[in-house]
Design a protein around this ligand. Structure first.
Ligand code: LLP
Length: 424
């Protein structure tokens, strides 16, 4: 399914022309395709069907309520990492018993909130977390299912900063510590240890990295069962990569599904995965307008009205995102570096993108921006968070509006003593 395509020379999101959206909403903005989101979710649901794997969408990839709701309606749960994400998942209608709470540093307040909400599972990553969960669950007289996230010491992931499964990464527990905590948890009244979890990184396209991590989980499961413990659930994490370059291939879903079938068969456990990026990356674009063209030495710059604060992936991870002009042109292509107005040399959205000769006022689109785009944005340089739009067929909805400058400043306040100091 192609969500973003040219019709009569103009780029559309489903049946809506991006020129029209730019005129109505103003640039920059994120635009998501509902059909593309549904399409990806259905592909994944079909692929994991044979292993009866549960899917908890990693909300961190795109936590707009409309996106969570759409995926939740299709039966996906939510993998969350903060109270804010739990609240978002609940507000979007995801039932509490489909919410999985991951993360290396959950606070006591967050754990209390999660347990009182009756969520499905907490993935434990530190020894103190188990103690806290035990106390909170007892105080609330509620039962909570927990799994222990192991660090499998497997290097994977598209970039140093998104690799999480190596021994010296901050994530997960050493296998022997996870075993010790599991045993300890069996003695707690309100805590039910049911299994183990792993998540080795993001933007992974190497099936052998997943397989290596899964093997560690299976070995561990067998060891715990040999001790007489019941291990009924394995959470295999997220990380499934996407193709950002035009000539790049995704890991075929059939291969990933085969891997899940294999783990299901060997472990007999109920499986769960936590995909984020794979579901949403390709379903979103960032639309921006060229503000100025300038030449710096032999480099041609298009200075656009979106910036690193709106999409930080290129500068933070040297990530590649394709740039598509909204108006197709037959002009010869010129290497053009697309940069924002933020006062940092790193404020670059694409280096030497092959583009027709752009002019001030032209619209361009940054592709594959549905994951880790809007969620990672900030108000740096006094810039407003950009709106998010959801398109379905020929209709669109603003699913997050642009704040006013007053709203952006509303949480700040001036200390009373500044005027006292002036007076003194
Ligand atoms: N589960 C856990 C425990 C995670 O930490 C993550 C991502 C996921 C699932 C989802 O991974 P995914 O399927 O989306 O790869 N901001 C970075 C990506 C950071 C991923 C962090 N954890 C980026 O823009 O590339």
């Amino acid at each position: 399914m192609i969500a973003f395509d040219y019709r009569e020379g103009r780029l559309h999101a489903e049946d809506v022309c991006l020129v029209r959206l730019s005129d109505e909403v103003g640039t920059p903005f994120y635009c998501y395709s509902a059909s593309a989101l549904e399409h990806r979710a259905r592909l994944l649901l079909d692929a994991v069907g044979s292993s009866s794997t549960g899917i908890a969408y990693a909300v961190k990839a795109n936590s707009n309520l409309a996106v969570i709701e759409l995926l939740g309606r299709l039966g996906l749960g939510a993998d969350v990492v903060s109270e804010g994400e739990i609240r978002r998942a609940l507000a979007a209608g995801v039932p509490a018993d489909r919410i999985v709470f991951s993360g290396v540093g959950k606070t006591v307040d967050e754990l209390g909130f999660a347990i009182s909400a009756g969520i499905h599972q907490i993935n434990i990553e530190t020894a103190i977390e188990l103690d806290r969960i035990g106390e909170i669950a007892a105080a609330q007289s509620r039962e909570i299912h927990v799994v222990f996230r192991i660090n499998p010491d497997v290097a994977a992931g598209g970039h140093e900063k998104i690799s999480t499964g190596r021994k010296t990464d901050k994530f997960g527990l050493a296998v022997d510590e996870a075993q010790a905590l599991f045993r300890k948890a069996t003695a707690l009244d309100h805590v039910v240890p049911i299994g183990f979890a792993v998540h080795i990184g993001s933007q992974i396209k190497d099936v052998s990295a997943f397989a290596a991590a899964n093997d560690r989980l299976i070995t561990l499961t067998e060891a715990m069962r040999a001790e007489g413990h019941e291990v009924s659930r394995l959470d295999l994490g997220g990380g499934l990569g996407v193709a950002y370059h035009e000539d790049e291939q995704e890991l075929p879903l059939s291969e990933y599904a085969r891997l899940l079938d294999d783990v299901a068969r060997r472990s007999g456990a109920q499986l769960m995965i936590e995909p984020g990026r794979w579901l949403v990356a390709g379903a979103g674009v960032l639309v921006t307008r060229v503000n100025a063209i300038k030449q710096a030495g032999d480099r041609r710059f298009a200075i656009v009205d979106a910036a690193m604060n709106d999409l930080i992936r290129p500068t933070l991870y040297d990530a590649h995102h394709p740039v598509w002009p909204v108006n197709r042109s037959d002009d010869a292509l010129e290497p053009t570096t697309v940069a924002g107005p933020v006062c940092e040399s790193g404020d670059i959205l694409a280096v030497d993108a092959q583009l027709p000769l752009l002019q001030a006022g032209d619209l361009v689109t940054i592709g594959h921006a549905g994951a880790y785009g809007a969620v990672m944005s900030s108000g740096y340089n006094g810039r407003l968070l950009v709106p998010e739009l959801l398109v379905r067929g020929d209709a669109f909805t603003v699913v997050r509006r642009r704040p006013s400058y007053d709203e952006a400043m509303a949480l700040d306040s001036l200390p009373n003593w500044s005027s006292d100091a002036d007076a003194a």
